[in-house]
Design a protein. Sequence first.
Lengths: 113, 112
Amino acid sequence: DTAVSQTPKYLVTQMGNDKSIKCEQNLGHDTMYWYKQDSKKFLKIMFSYNNKELIINETVPNRFSPKSPDKAHLNLHINSLELGDSAVYFCASSPQARLAGYTFGSGTRLTVV
Amino acid sequence: AQSVSQHNHHVILSEAASLELGCNYSYGGTVNLFWYVQYPGQHLQLLLKYFSGDPLVKGIKGFEAEFIKSKFSFNLRKPSVQWSDTAEYFCAVRGNNNDMRFGAGTRLTVKP
């Protein structure tokens, strides 16, 4: 019954590897997001997808590529992982209406060693 | 571009003390305002939100926030904090372009 689910919850990997984080929402929301939370708890938006179209692409390295096969899924693929990619990545979704807040997933803690 | 400032990085209170966390935003248009809470090791949860109407908004767990348009502020308050309120608190702004920007967060530590 989880509204926004992310997998995996923890991911430990070596530098240079390629990894993916999956996100699915069952709320029927139109828009999905990826946020990165660093060690100081700062939340930075990375990507936003509205009905399978990218509408925000903040200045993140092109090693990060979001993929949305349908509006219920937004996956994040990361190539050539670096130490600085270590963070907690949160997926979120929202309806179109601006009044609505975001519903967040439980986060994926990525550790690059 | 919209931005959000949270003045307090870390607040330490004793149980039963009153809480006020500051939040100021910068945006030229109509905004929606939010406060989220992140308990240790957990994801963000919505505490309360403001869109229009009564500037005093009541949320869950006894929290409230007041929107003061002239000051571009949306401060979070609670009359009496509990140990279980220990968490990170984020103010957020959502503008016309539909994306949400978060402040840097305020860590609240409540001592039993």
